[in-house]
Design a binder for this molecule. Structure first.
Ligand code: ADP
Ligand code: ASP
Ligand code: MG
Length: 406
C-alpha cells in the first residue's frame, strides 16, 4: 500500500460550507497526486463551545457521560458534510465516527485516553480506493460508551492514526501558517518557526499555546511521528516538529506562551509542621484536581500561606475541597483569585545559558507588572501575573528576547 498521509483540519478550517468545500478540494488534490489520505476533522467553528454552553444552560454540573454524548455530535456533522462535498467532486469518500474506526479509549469521560486503534475497517476502506474521513476528538470505551479526548482532542486522533497507519506525515491544518514565537493574534510581529523540537512544542502547548493539544505532542514525541503544522488557506510550508538538533541550543528562547484559564487559591496560616502539605495535595489529587504551580514560604510564626494554581474550570470543586482541608488542618481559611494568567518562555537553549529569568523579570518590571508566582524547569520559566495585563506582558517579553521577525 502507498504511504499514507494523515491530515487534520481544525474547527476554523471547516467553519462554514465554503470552507468545507475548500477542504474537500484540497484533499481531492492530494489524492489525485497519488497519496492515500486519511482525514481527521474537528467540529464546525465554535460548535463544541456552543454545545457546552447549551448543556450548562440546562444544568450547572452536567454528567460527564451525557456531555460526551452531546459534544461528540459536533464532529459527526463535519465528517458527513465533508464526505458529501467530496462526493460532489466525484470522489469516493466515507465518513466514520471514532467508534466505527475502532478508536478504543479508557472510560474517563471528557478526557479519555486512547488505548488502541483497530485499523481493520480503515485499511479495508483505503484498499477500496476511498478517502477516509474520521471524526476527531472521540472514541469508544471497552463497554461501548462514547468518550471524548479532551479539548483540542482531534489533534490526538490525528497523531494516533498516523502512528497506527505508519503515516509518512501527520499534517495539522489550522487558521495560522504554523507555530509562531507567540500567539500571532496577540503579538502582531511574531515569527513563524520553520522547525521546533518536540520538547519545546510540548512545553509551549502545555503552557497554553493552543495550536496543538499537548497530549498529542507527547504521543508524537514518544513515537517520533513527523508533524507539520500549516494553514488550510494556502500552500505555504508551515512548521515541522522534529527531534532536537544540536544547533537548537543556540537559540535561548523559542517562544512565549500564555494560559488565561487558571485560577489561584491560597490556604491561609497553614500550621508549619511535617505532613501538612502531603495532606493538602493528597486530598486534592483524590478529588481529581490537577495542581499546577505551588508556593509555600518559610514561616516565622509557626504558620504559613500555601498558594497553588489549578485549571479555572475546576475552581468551584477546588474551593469546596480547600475549605474542607483548611478546617481539617486548622488553617485560617481560603482565598481565591480568578484574575490571573500565566506567561511563560520556552527554549531548549536555556539548559546551557543563564540570565533568562532575569531578562524576563526585567521585561515585566519595565511595564510595572507585578509577579505573583514563579516556576522554572530546565527549558521554561513561568510567571503568574494579573490577567488584565497579560497581552502587554507577552509583547514586552517577546520584544526583550528579540523574537520578532526582522
Ligand atoms: P484549530 O481549530 O485549527 O484546532 P486552534 O484554535 O485550536 O485551531 O489553534 C490555532 C490557534 O492557536 C491560532 O489561531 C492561534 O491564535 C493560537 N496560538 C496560540 N499560540 C500560538 C503559537 N505559538 N503559534 C501559532 N498559533 C498559536
Ligand atoms: N471540537 C473539539 C474541541 O473544540 C476538538 C478539536 O477541535 O480538536 O475541543
Ligand atoms: Mg485545536
Amino acid at each position: 500500500m502507498r504511504k499514507i498521509i494523515v491530515q487534520k483540519y481544525g474547527g476554523s478550517s471547516v467553519a462554514d460550507t465554503k470552507r468545507i468545500r475548500n477542504v474537500a478540494r484540497r484533499v481531492v488534490g492530494y489524492r489525485k497526486k497519488g497519496c492515500n489520505v486519511v482525514v481527521v476533522v474537528s467540529a464546525l467553528g465554535d460548535t463544541t463551545d456552543e454545545l457546552l454552553e447549551l448543556a450548562h444552560s440546562i444544568v450547572r454540573r452536567p454528567s460527564d457521560r451525557e456531555l460526551d454524548m452531546l459534544i461528540s455530535t459536533g464532529e459527526q456533522v463535519s465528517v458527513a458534510l465533508l464526505a458529501m462535498a467530496m462526493h460532489k467532486l466525484g470522489r469516493e469518500a466515507i465518513s466514520l465516527t471514532g467508534a466505527q474506526v475502532g478508536i478504543i479509549t479508557d472510560a474517563k469521560h471528557t478526557r479519555a485516553r486512547i488505548l488502541g486503534v483497530n485499523t481493520k475497517r480503515l485499511k479495508a476502506e483505503l484498499k477500496k480506493g476511498k478517502i477516509v474521513i474520521v471524526a476527531g476528538f472521540q472514541g469508544t470505551s471497552l463497554d461501548r460508551e462514547i468518550t471524548t479526548l479532551g479539548r483540542g482532542g482531534s489533534d490526538m486522533t490525528a497523531v494516533a492514526l498516523a502512528k497506527v497507519l505508519d503515516a509518512r506525515v501527520c499534517e495539522i491544518y489550522t487558521d495560522v501558517e504554523g507555530v509562531y514565537t507567540a500567539d500571532p493574534r496577540i503579538v502582531k510581529d511574531a515569527k513563524k518557526l520553520s522547525t521546533i523540537s518536540y520538547d519545546e512544542m510540548l512545553e509551549l502547548a502545555s503552557l497554553g499555546a493552543q495550536v496543538l493539544q499537548s497530549r498529542s505532542v507527547e504521543v508524537a514525541s514518544k513515537f517520533n511521528i513527523p508533524i507539520h503544522v500549516r494553514s488550510s488557506f494556502n500552500n505555504k510550508e508551515g512548521t515541522r516538529i522534529i527531534k532536537e538538533v544540536k544547533a537548537m541550543e543556540d537559540v535561548l528562547v523559542r517562544g512565549v506562551a500564555v494560559n488565561k484559564n487558571e485560577a489561584k487559591l491560597t490556604i491561609c496560616d497553614v500550621p508549619d509542621k511535617p505532613g501538612v502539605a502531603a495532606k493538602i495535595f493528597k486530598t486534592l489529587a483524590d478529588n481529581d484536581i490537577n495542581v499546577d504551580m505551588i508556593i509555600q514560604n518559610i514561616s516565622r510564626t509557626g504558620a504559613t500561606d500555601v498558594s497553588f494554581t489549578i485549571n479555572g474550570a475546576d475552581l468551584a470543586k477546588t474551593l469546596r475541597c480547600a475549605k474542607d482541608i483548611s478546617r481539617n488542618i486548622k488553617a485560617r481559611g481560603v482565598t481565591h483569585d480568578k484574575n490571573i494568567a500565566k506567561v511563560s518562555v520556552v527554549g531548549v537553549g536555556m539548559r546551557s545559558h543563564s540570565g533568562v529569568a532575569s531578562k524576563m523579570f526585567k521585561a515585566l518590571a519595565s511595564k510595572k507588572i507585578n509577579i505573583e508566582m514563579i516556576s522554572t524547569s530546565e527549558i521554561k520559566i513561568s510567571c503568574v501575573i494579573d490577567k488584565r495585563r497579560v497581552n502587554e506582558a507577552v509583547r514586552a517579553i517577546h520584544r526583550e528576547f528579540r523574537l520578532a521577525k526582522q
